[in-house]
Design a protein around this ligand. Sequence first.
Ligand SMILES: NC(=O)c1ccc[n+]([C@@H]2O[C@H](COP(=O)([O-])OP(=O)(O)OC[C@H]3O[C@@H](n4cnc5c(N)ncnc54)[C@H](OP(=O)(O)O)[C@@H]3O)[C@@H](O)[C@H]2O)c1
Length: 319
Amino acid sequence: MEAIVYEEFGGPEVLRHTTGVAVPEPGPGEVRVRVKAVGVNPVDWKRRYGWVEEFYPTTFPAVPGLEFAGTVDALGEGVEGAEGSGDGFPGLAVGDEVIGWTKTGAYAEYAIAGIIAPKPAELSWEAAASLPVAGETAQRVLDLIGVREGETLFLHGAAGVVGSVAVQLAVAAGITVVGSASESNHAYLRELGAIPVAYGEGLAERVRAAAPDGVHAVFDAAGHGVLPVAIELLGGEGAADKRRIATIAATDAAEHGIAFSGVTAAPDVVRAGLTAQARQAVEGTLTVRIADTLPLKEAARAQELSESGHMRGKLVLLP
Ligand SMILES: NC(=O)c1ccc[n+]([C@@H]2O[C@H](COP(=O)([O-])OP(=O)(O)OC[C@H]3O[C@@H](n4cnc5c(N)ncnc54)[C@H](OP(=O)(O)O)[C@@H]3O)[C@@H](O)[C@H]2O)c1
């Protein structure tokens, strides 16, 4: 089958496009999918560099890619109709359109599914493949910092894929969002219902000016050294309730006594969340911007673009 593989850590040049990879066989309780679209995530190139082995240990040869949209292609022993079996594939049949995570790597024609949810027929393959990681991460972190209706959230990196999904979920929940982004993304953030501020020198002052009554919680979806600012916004070292700050990108989180959220929630919770978000995407109340769609063989270029850090939305690969 067609796939992207790498056999050592390194830059984009270690990625090899091939048609010679064996189609993975679903074991007992597993489901194989025919991948139709793949969402590119920053973690794909972080893994390729060998930076996130603690969370995602690599076995070579490796196929990159966490999230996909596709069709159910083959069911392993004992899967049919099994409610809550293992990772849980209730009532699945070959040919069903699904979205979710893979265990074997999504940059491939076929993959073994991890957690999956039904893909609404109205949702394009590209839009569907863009949802799992951003939707799960955004909801997980909003839950972790316990931000509620009537409160004000500072969201760093609000125009990124995860950030923009978090803005939409928070605004829909009645939360006021002050979001940092490049100037070119400020109109987009206003459209989503957030108050935009520029990141960089003077960030804390700009957030205070945008939220004169203060912020209750901080979601760091970008990294780049923002945690001291987050602590300052919540009252400073010694006074800030650090349980109300979380990061998904700052590797120095522990040094600041702040939670790095990197672990996916329980499969049933994740599947229920993704199913609900897919419906919201169809209704138009939750949208992931798509920056570009590229053929799978251009995976190295897609990862380079992702690493540039300022894509306007999700990059999607088509096997
Ligand atoms: N731990 C987890 O569970 C988890 C899950 C998903 C993602 N992540 C991580 O979260 C981060 C965002 O992922 P994503 O998919 O949303 O990526 P993305 O769409 O590429 O977004 C990157 C964001 O970084 C911002 N940015 C770039 N340079 C910056 C700077 N110097 N200062 C402040 N912000 C800057 C960008 O803002 P502008 O475009 O406005 O400049 C953009 O909002 C990545 O580090 C990714 O690895 C972690």
